[in-house]
Structures are given as structure tokens and as C-alpha cells.
Design a protein around this ligand. Structure first.
Ligand code: DGL
Length: 259
């Protein structure tokens, strides 16, 4: 059983890649919609939420927890790994592939304020982006669009222009999607940035990392493609996104829960 969580539906962009790679696995997803967004919340608060959700997922049988949230990973992954005896897979902005593939030597990173503040991001920058210019933009308002089921149209594009235009004007030829909500905005970003820009979503790499981790766990229980999707708030947007990924998931798999 793979446990996956995010502050909301953003983590479903990771679940989508996990499912594509390992449809046979059992999944339990939690969207912390009642406490979303995390991007500007105090780190202690995010750790508290991440721990409560981790305990919930372990209680549902999770053998590994994918923190499908850059903000929660930045705030809580070290604490959770020290406290809980199960493997955690965390997110980190895909600076390395952006820096390695950039021809202009200028890359844009879209993420939340807390992700940019985290040591994980700064260590990644130092390690892989010392010889490129990084244009950082906090994607204020983007999470709320996705949580409301709005992923394109003039209102979304108006806000995206605020973040993407300065990246393009600086000569960026890569844009890193540093928040799991942002892959749902990829087509709107592509419309603004054009085809020549490399838009990097780390979710496929996270799915591969999770697969490798599962293969290293001895004596796992056989899986039977069971899926449960929980939300601490409304489930409707989660339901509509999941139905496009796994049409066969029954309505009763979507539940509101207090965590
Ligand atoms: N989707 C999450 C991330 O990857 C969190 C966004 C938020 O709740 O602010 O950072």
C-alpha cells in the first residue's frame, strides 16, 4: 500500500505518474484540503499536519509514504524520517535537469514561498545550479486555482503571465514546476511560454524512485489495485481529477475524513 499526500489535489499529479508506472499497487491518498494552502503557513504547522496525515496513512496500511508536496517535504521530511520507521519519498524542485539541459544558462523556478525558504531547495541550488541563473517566482494564487478546478482560461493566464513573463524576458529556456499543483497548469503555461521552453515536472522521476524503493522492501503483501481517496475537506475536485486518471474508481472510494 502506497500512501500519498498533499495539501490538496496537487499531489494527484504525482499519483498520476505512480499509477501509470504501477497500476497494480494499492494506493491511499489524502488531500488536506481543509488546511490548504501550506505555502505560507508556519513550518511547525506544516510538520504538525504532515505528522497527523502520516499517522493516518500508516493506519490505513501504507508501507511507504510519498510526500507529494514540495512544501511539506521541505518542512517535514527530515522530522518524519527520524520519527517513523517506514520509507518516505519526498519532492524537490527539479533544478538538476533544468540546469543540465539549459542552453541559455537561465532557468525559471515556480514554487511556494516555503519551498524556496527550505534548506532542501538551497542545497539543491548549490549542488546543481551554481553555473546557471535561476529566476525564482512564488506562484501566489495558483494553488487556489487548481483547488477550485480552474486550470486554464483568461483569469489563470493573467496570473501566470506575472510569473512566466519575467522568466522569458530573462532568457530562461526551462521552467521548473516546483509545486505539485502546477503540472495541472502546464498547458496554460505552455500557451504563454511557447514550444521552445522545457517545462519540467518532477513527478515521473518521483514515481520511478518510489518503484525502486518498493522493489527493495522485502516480503511485501501482494497488492490488488485498491484505491482510496480521502480529503479533510471537499472531495469533488479530487474526484473529477482522479476519474480522468483511473476511470474505474468507484464513488465510494472518495471520502471526507477528519485528520
Ligand atoms: N502542492 C504543494 C507543493 O508542492 C503545496 C502547495 C500549497 O499548499 O501551498 O508545494
Amino acid at each position: 500500500m502506497i500512501g500519498v499526500f498533499d495539501s490538496g489535489v496537487g499531489g494527484l499529479s504525482v499519483f498520476r505518474e505512480l499509477y501509470a508506472l504501477m497500476p497494480e499497487q494499492d494506493y491511499v491518498y489524502l488531500s488536506d484540503a481543509a488546511h490548504c494552502p501550506y505555502g505560507n503557513k508556519p513550518v511547525e504547522y506544516i510538520i504538525e499536519r504532515a505528522e497527523a496525515i502520516t499517522r493516518f496513512l500508516i493506519g490505513k496500511g501504507a508501507e511507504v509514504v510519498v510526500i507529494a508536496c514540495n512544501t511539506a517535504t521541505a518542512a517535514a521530511v527530515k522530522y518524519l524520517r527520524e520519527k517513523y520507521p517506514i520509507p518516505f519519498v519526498g519532492m524537490e524542485p527539479a533544478i538538476k535537469p533544468a540546469a543540465l539541459t539549459s542552453k541559455t544558462g537561465v532557468v525559471g523556478v515556480l514554487a511556494t514561498a516555503n519551498t524556496f525558504k527550505g534548506s532542501l531547495y538551497h542545497n539543491t541550488l548549490e549542488k546543481f545550479a551554481s553555473d546557471v541563473e535561476v529566476i525564482e517566482k512564488v506562484g501566489e494564487g495558483l494553488v487556489e486555482f487548481v483547488e477550485g478546478g480552474l486550470t486554464d482560461g483568461p483569469e489563470v493566464e493573467k496570473v501566470l503571465h506575472r510569473y512566466v513573463d519575467p522568466m522569458l524576458e530573462s532568457g530562461a529556456d526551462a521552467i521548473v514546476l516546483g509545486c505539485t499543483h502546477y503540472p495541472f497548469l502546464e498547458s496554460a503555461i505552455r500557451k504563454i511560454a511557447g514550444d521552445g521552453i522545457n517545462i519540467i515536472n518532477p513527478a515521473p522521476a518521483i514515481a520511478l524512485q518510489t518503484k525502486r524503493l518498493l522493489e527493495s522492501i522485502e516480503g511485501r503483501k501482494p497488492s490488488s489495485s485498491q484505491y482510496s481517496f480521502y480529503s479533510t475537506g471537499d472531495t469533488s475536485v479530487m474526484h473529477s481529477i482522479v476519474s480522468k486518471i483511473v476511470p474505474s474508481v468507484p464513488d465510494q472510494a472518495f471520502l471526507t475524513v477528519k485528520v
